[in-house]
Design a protein around this ligand. Structure first.
Ligand code: GAL
Length: 984
């Protein structure tokens, strides 16, 4: 504990000023080196910092964090699964954006229950030992509807993200609610939150008074952890002066978001972070609160496999290591698990899957990039001198093509050399040398082998490094981790297969012996330095050094692919102690007692494993079952096999299932009773979208915010009326269809359409005519630039009759309809983004237990072309035995000729919007918990024909992968049925 006495008096001072909001003064608690001491925000010393790193409970650390959105995985049981995967990859942080709109369907109404229970997200992080960066906005962006704002905020007259009474009150309303959870989950209260972000990327149209208001509110509510800000790039917003935060940082997405040309990287990564940071906030650790971990993909885009290709493991090597070279010591990868923008969560540009090409894929699967991130994170947590370095410019050859950043620890002689191509996208294979200065002398390394960068690679070389009882002079192979196992030490190093490596260690006598089966290993000892050269194998080669070092040393030389499958989970027995295991798909945890290490994890096939057991440990278990081990040598290496037992997985073949069909657009019928609909009679709006005609036909103004919208307009016929002119306004991938007196007039992208020459044909000259417009919306825009963009309308800017001389604004009477209940949700459990205004949605046709007995029996794929909106229902069974993780999906198979859209409801949950004519998504993830994986499920699909008619193609259930897994328990989420809807 740092300076307890000083802190007690600080806390007392704070306690005394609960009503007056005091801006805390940063405190310097301790002077550690010549670069300034530890600082705190004056509210807690549990999270302190110096110029290099954060210090949690006094301990410096590299914060290796990743973004995760609980609302993009609507199954709280799986939050623990994802946190365990973060932990397995050696992340020690997670960044949570909190989504205001997800919790608030209506001004003053908040919900934190069920899938919205944020406490469960905090618990998942805490129970796995992951620190949380809390980011409650109020604005968050994140490719969400309104950038995370609640839909009702669009009705606010005053500008959002600005200091004004109306907006302040709205922001404070949200913060009051979310702060109840955040305050209680801070590290100061025994919880996981260590940093708290204020707004997000508030980098355009900024307002420091607004930032001050938010800070004051957090403070007043009891937030004590340091505040942070995520600038949209290194621009210096809120680093200093009014609105500034405790630890400033920025975000960066160097590859951009166009995944259609994934291998076309930019020429350069940033080499200016260091100078910028020095100038801007050199007294704080360098923080990138979002660094590109993948990319989002738009409707019609190339699809997430391409985004993964763009931001792949090579990208992770080059760009993340460049960040470390620049000095970054707080890094959060956005996204690390992207998940699903189910229902109406996404903003218009993006579709349902938010896989993001992230390290952990949408169904929770590992990728090579995840393993690469593990290699980096484990290194950063193992090799402590890396935390406290200063940059220097080393001597090296090939400087025009190879960039070497030098980092020298300020506390020990350890130095690091980070090598990458000057041209980031270079695919050349180049050999290079570095002149290093160590306490054992100066060397040009490598001394007798080749050091290469093969294309898009970057390497961190470590020199002059005391670890366990050893002293490394240098290694041209990268370090994964090292561990004292009792009688000897173990270090794991790696590079791409067939690359040469050189590893030099100090030895006391020249009598040291090298034992290995690998012929490529050569050794030479001179001047007290034992130098090994070798070729990185396919696999992992043990090399054992005895007789020269204080303790003997086992060097495990791994080829890259083999290194990816090394795991070093903490043993939970001794602080910092790691267990070493090679082979499994995923190792979630390790628990050690005197004789046994109990591992938990997942395998996807029968897997040969290697373990390095510490002295005394003779046994291991895997998911509770003992594993037969064979001793390989006297150095603690054992091998064994984890048997994959093929499970008996069953699920219904949907092409064989009985489906029920019902036509579902009665709204087009002139006789349809819309007397209960809302009359559209507003003459003004707070929307930023200019209107051409009145009344205002913006659904948000009438309390309907999500999904499909119906507008019905009635006018009395006259022979003068030749047609009408309609302009739809909505986001990307929206569409609308128009009907007159039950007749289809066309389906369109948003924009204007004039329906002409209808007099004497479709328009009745006598009596009432009814226009029915169905608008398929895709959410609200975001507010990235703080310019009120989220207030853009969803509806029609223009609706006027043509041919009418002296047309009055009242010539069409309009009514509007959206989701049942509007802001007073008919289904608060599933929440504000689950249902829209289709007739089937309003009448609960998507819900389990809806009586569809009198519907027509059909097969899917459909044999008939159906006009308007159609609904299909069936039930299906899934049986996935315990002990297995088999993430499931539903896939559409159709050609893309017909324009139709669908909504996919599983057990009443809207798990996806599908655009047959748009793509690219055809596969929809159905997370366990929403999906009953051991029983019956209800499937309902609403099909909206944009063309006059549509014929639903094939629909199949499809597993992504079969894992024999230590998946944490996942409870079924509450999925109220049709019966509860009837009672409400
Ligand atoms: C950032 C923003 C995030 C997200 C990301 C792109 O600029 O802070 O919320 O939108 O871009 O996925």
């Amino acid at each position: 504990m740092l300076f307890k006495g000083v802190l007690t008096s600080i806390s007392l001072a704070i306690a005394a000023v609960t009503t007056v909001v005091a801006v805390p003064v940063k405190k310097t608690l301790e002077v550690r080196d010549d670069e300034g001491g530890d600082q705190t925000n004056g509210l807690t010393d549990l999270v302190a910092w110096d110029t290099h790193t954060l210090k949690i409970n006094g301990e410096p650390l590299f914060l290796f964090s990743g973004e995760f959105h609980y609302y993009r995985l609507p199954s709280p049981g799986l939050w623990t699964d994802i946190m365990e995967k973060f932990k397995a990859l050696d992340y020690n942080g997670v960044s949570f954006y909190f989504f205001w709109g997800y919790h608030s369907p209506k001004k003053g109404v908040y919900d934190f229950t069920g899938i919205r229970d944020v406490q469960k997200a905090f618990d998942a992080a805490k129970n796995t030992g992951i620190h949380v960066i809390s980011r409650a906005g109020p604005y968050i962006n994140a490719e969400l509807d309104s950038g995370g704002f609640p839909s009702w905020l669009a009705q606010m007259q005053s500008p959002a993200r600005k200091y004004n009474p109306e907006n302040n009150a709205a922001s404070e309303e949200w913060l009051t609610e979310i702060d109840k959870y955040m305050v209680a989950n801070q590290i100061t209260k025994g919880g996981p939150i260590i940093l708290n972000q204020v707004d997000n990327e508030f980098s355009y149209n900024t307002d420091p008074k607004y930032m001050e208001m938010l800070k004051a509110k957090f403070l007043k509510d009891g937030m004590e952890v340091p505040t942070i800000f995520n600038d949209a790039g290194p621009n210096g917003n809120f680093a200093k002066g009014p609105g500034s935060v405790d630890i400033y940082g920025w975000d960066q997405y160097p590859a951009g978001f166009d995944c259609s040309n994934p291998l076309a990287w930019p020429n350069n990564r940033s080499t200016t972070f260091r100078d910028f940071h020095e100038r801007t906030n050199g007294d704080q650790p360098m923080a990138i609160y979002e660094f590109q971990g993948g990319a989002f993909d738009p409707w019609g885009g190339p699809g997430y496999p391409e985004c993964y290709k763009m931001v792949n493991e090579q990208y992770a090597k080059v760009y993340y290591k460049n960040n470390y070279a620049q000095g970054v010591r707080i890094q959060s990868l956005y996204m690390t698990y992207g998940g699903t923008s189910w229902g109406g969560l996404p903003k218009p540009t993006v579709y349902t899957s938010y896989d993001y090409g992230a390290a952990i894929s949408e169904p929770g699967l590992m990728t090579t990039k995840a393993y690469e991130n593990k290699l980096q994170a484990t290194f950063l947590h193992t090799v402590k001198p890396f935390l406290t370095t200063k940059h220097f410019d080393p001597e090296s050859d090939k400087r025009d093509i190879i960039l070497i950043d030098g980092l020298a620890d300020v506390n020990t002689p350890t130095k690091f050399y980070i090598a990458q191509h000057q041209l980031t996208k270079s695919e050349d294979k180049d050999e290079f040398h570095i002149n290093i200065k160590t306490t054992d002398g100066k060397f040009e390394i490598p001394r007798s082998s080749k050091l290469i960068l093969n294309g898009r690679d970057a390497k961190i070389l470590t020199t002059d490094y005391a670890f366990n009882s050893q002293h490394l002079v240098y290694s041209t192979s990268e370090i994964f981790t090292h561990q004292d196992v009792g009688s000897h030490d173990v270090i794991i190093v790696y590079a791409y297969e067939n690359e040469e490596g050189e590893f030099a260690i100090k030895v006391k006598k020249d009598k040291s012996q090298v034992e290995t089966d690998d012929d490529s290993v050569k050794s030479e000892t001179s001047d007290g330095i034992l130098q090994l050269t070798y070729k990185h194998p396919n696999g992992t080669t043990p090399v054992y050094i005895s007789g020269g070092t204080e303790k003997e040393l086992l060097i495990l030389v791994a080829g890259y692919d083999s290194a990816l499958r090394w795991w070093a989970p903490y043993t939970e027995e001794k602080k910092g102690e790691r267990a070493l295991i090679h082979g499994p798909y995923l190792v979630r945890s390790a628990k050690k007692d005197e004789s046994t290490i109990a591992f938990t994890g997942d395998i996807d096939e029968t897997t040969d494993i290697q373990v390095v057991l510490p002295d005394g440990v003779k046994f291991i278990t895997w998911n509770g079952e003992s594993v037969k081990l064979t001793k390989q040598d006297k150095h603690g290496i054992y091998t064994g096999t984890l048997e994959f037992k093929k499970p008996d997985i069953k699920f219904t073949d949907l092409t064989e299932a009985t489906w029920k069909y019902k036509a579902a657009s009665p709204e087009t019928d002139p006789e349809f009773d819309d007397s209960e609909w809302v009359t559209a009679d507003h003459l003004s709006t707070n929307s930023t979208t200019p209107y051409d005609t009145q009344p205002i036909l913006y659904a948000d103004d009438y309390g309907f915010h999500t999904g499909c919208l119906w507008f019905r307009g009635k006018f009395n016929g006259s022979s003068e009326i030749t047609g009408f002119n309609i302009t739809a306004h909505s986001g990307d991938a929206s569409a609308w269809t128009a009907y007159l007196n039950n007749e289809y007039l066309g389906g369109f992208d948003v924009g204007n359409h004039a329906f002409t020459d209808l007099n004497g044909t479709k328009i009745k000259a006598d009596g009432e005519n009814v226009i029915s417009l169905l608008l398929w919306t895709t959410g609200h825009e975001d507010d990235f630039s703080a310019d009120e963009n989220f207030k853009q309308a969803r509806g029609f800017t223009q609706a006027e009759l043509l041919g009418v001389y002296n047309q009055t604004i009242w010539s069409i009477d309009w009514k509007v309809q959206g989701n049942l209940g509007g802001e007073d949700l008919a289904d608060p459990v599933r929440g504000p983004y689950n249902e829209g205004g289709l007739y089937g949605e309003r009448n609960g046709w998507h819900l389990p237990g809806f009586p569809d007995d009198d519907w027509e029996d059909v097969n899917i794929p459909e044999s008939k072309n159906r006009t308007g909106v159609s609904w299909y229902r069936t039930t299906f069974d899934v049986n996935i035995p315990d002990g297995y993780d088999v993430p499931m999906s539903l896939r559409y198979k159709d050609d893309t000729k017909t324009r139709y859209r669908t909504l996919l409801f599983v057990n009443g949950w809207n798990m996806g919007r599908y655009g047959n004519d748009l793509g690219p998504q055809t596969q929809y993830y159905l997370p366990k918990g929403i999906l009953n994986t051991q029983g019956k499920n209800t499937l309902a699909i609403g099909v909206v024909a944009i063309d006059e008619a549509a014929q639903l193609g094939e629909v199949v259930l499809e597993p992504y992968k079969v894992l024999q897994a230590a998946l944490p328990e996942v409870e079924l989420v509450d999925s109220p049925g049709y019966d509860t809807r009837q009672q409400s």
